[in-house]
Design a protein around this ligand. Structure first.
Ligand code: SF4
Length: 415
């Protein structure tokens, strides 16, 4: 295949009014739930017999996810005679990714991005997911003249703008996120700056941050420090903590836990000020948690003000924002991270993702078991979870309590 000149790249606008009209009808058909909308309209509260359900104030699809899905569906319809590829997953929800695969969109696994995009040409259409993609991948797509449908969320691009500005000003980006997450990889590539000479370090846990703070204040052994961060994906090439922790700017993956991100910012600022005799001019911070993540975390805190027996968090197990909702729930009550309603195997048996052991496991609970006891179940979902999956979960909870779907639908009808 010949190598087309760089100027042939086409960012394609697939959102014409005619296409979007068709696409939105299809998206609604796949993911909408009138039942969930009806419960929302009742303040998220539904009581039937001795079973009460409470939905969080905010849950499910965010604006960035809705846009990404619309664009992916539109790309499939506009290029119905072409091969349409997707870099990894459009969002972190298996149901949505399954739908796209069924529509003929081919996902390129992350480990194969570089080698695959290097073989593409102008006849290929590539969807960039909501998380964005690394600069090296985008450059190759441009060089190959590939048609790009870019669904990167604007909130992710705000983080990129911030880390680029850190690089321009000679600050190392400290990125609070998961080094292997698509969004963090994309952000880290921008932290190298326009000239590629910038630096970054990805921190995930408070233990990581304690190491960084200790090195800032007391110095230490470079190799021991780098070994802790375990591999090049956690830091920029040539990163040297002695040189590159002098001036730091903090950013975060958009979907982190707000309270943890704030604590990380505070600790790093304190370390810099301690080293620099109270001066803070070698420290910058910009909170890049997106509004949707924040709203879902706040919505859950509101939900937790009500007495609940059990919390179900619905979403993809690799979804960052969903994971943090589970962490919040676990601090207050029995919380189960489920993929779909099928995880609710019986009135006592729940298949769920255990964050601490990082595996799917079956747990047993008697919280729903007594049909005579009053029970309140809370439900929330991350920004990548469609409402149809929430509906299935609502109906399954009532079914396990002996209340059939027709009764639930009937109870939600306007008076
Ligand atoms: S979770 Fe936030 S950053 Fe991610 S797509 Fe939604 S709005 Fe954008």
């Amino acid at each position: 295949m010949s190598h087309p000149p760089a100027s042939t790249t086409r960012r394609v606008n697939v959102r014409t009014p005619e296409v979007m009209q068709r696409v939105q009808a299809e998206v609604q058909r796949h993911y909408r739930s009138p039942l969930v909308e009806a419960i929302r309209a009742r303040g998220g509260h539904l009581e039937i017999g001795n079973t009460t359900l409470r939905l969080a104030r905010e849950f499910g699809f965010c604006y960035g996810v809705e846009r990404a899905i619309d664009l992916a569906y539109a790309a499939r319809r506009v290029f119905n005679d072409k091969r349409v590829l997707l870099l990894g997953e459009i969002i972190h929800n298996p149901e949505v990714n399954r739908q796209l695969t069924a529509m003929g969109v081919q996902s390129i696994p992350i480990s194969e991005h570089e080698q695959t995009v290097a073989t593409l040409g102008p006849e290929d259409v590539v969807i960039v997911p909501a998380f964005g993609a690394e600069t090296s991948i985008m450059s190759t797509l441009k060089e190959r003249g590939t048609q790009i449908v870019d669904t990167t969320c604007g909130d992710v691009m705000s983080v990129w703008k911030r880390v680029r500005s850190y690089a321009r000003e000679g600050f190392t980006s400290i990125i609070h996120g998961k080094a292997s997450h698509e969004e963090t990889r994309a952000t880290a590539s921008r932290a190298l700056g326009d000239d590629g000479k910038g630096h970054y370090l990805v921190v995930l846990t408070l233990e990581d941050v304690a190491r960084v703070c200790d090195f800032i204040v007391n110095g230490g052994d470079t190799q021991v420090f780098l070994n802790h961060f375990g591999g090049v994906s956690s830091h920029s090439p040539g990163f040297d903590p002695t040189l590159h922790l002098k001036r730091i700017g903090v950013a975060n993956q958009t979907t982190m836990l707000k309270s943890e991100t704030e604590e990380i910012q505070r600790r790093l600022r304190t370390a810099i000020e301690q080293r620099d005799a109270g001066r803070g001019d070698n420290f910058q911070v910009f909170d890049t948690i997106c509004g949707a993540t924040q709203d879902r975390q706040d919505g859950l805190f509101d939900l937790l003000r009500h007495p609940l027996d059990l919390l179900l968090v619905v979403g993809g197990y690799n979804s960052s924002n969903t994971t943090h909702l589970v962490e919040i729930g676990e601090q207050h009550l029995p919380t189960f991270f489920i993929r779909t309603s099928e995880c609710l195997g019986s009135v006592t048996e729940i298949l769920h993702f255990d964050l601490h052991h990082k595996s799917e496991t079956t747990s047993y609970t008697d919280r729903l078991a007594d049909p005579q006891a009053k029970v309140t179940v809370g439900i929330t979902a991350g920004a990548s979870c469609p409402n149809n999956l929430i509906e299935d979960t609502v109906l399954r909870v009532f079914e396990l309590r002996g209340i059939p779907a027709e009764t639930v639908h009937q109870a939600c009808k306007p008076a």
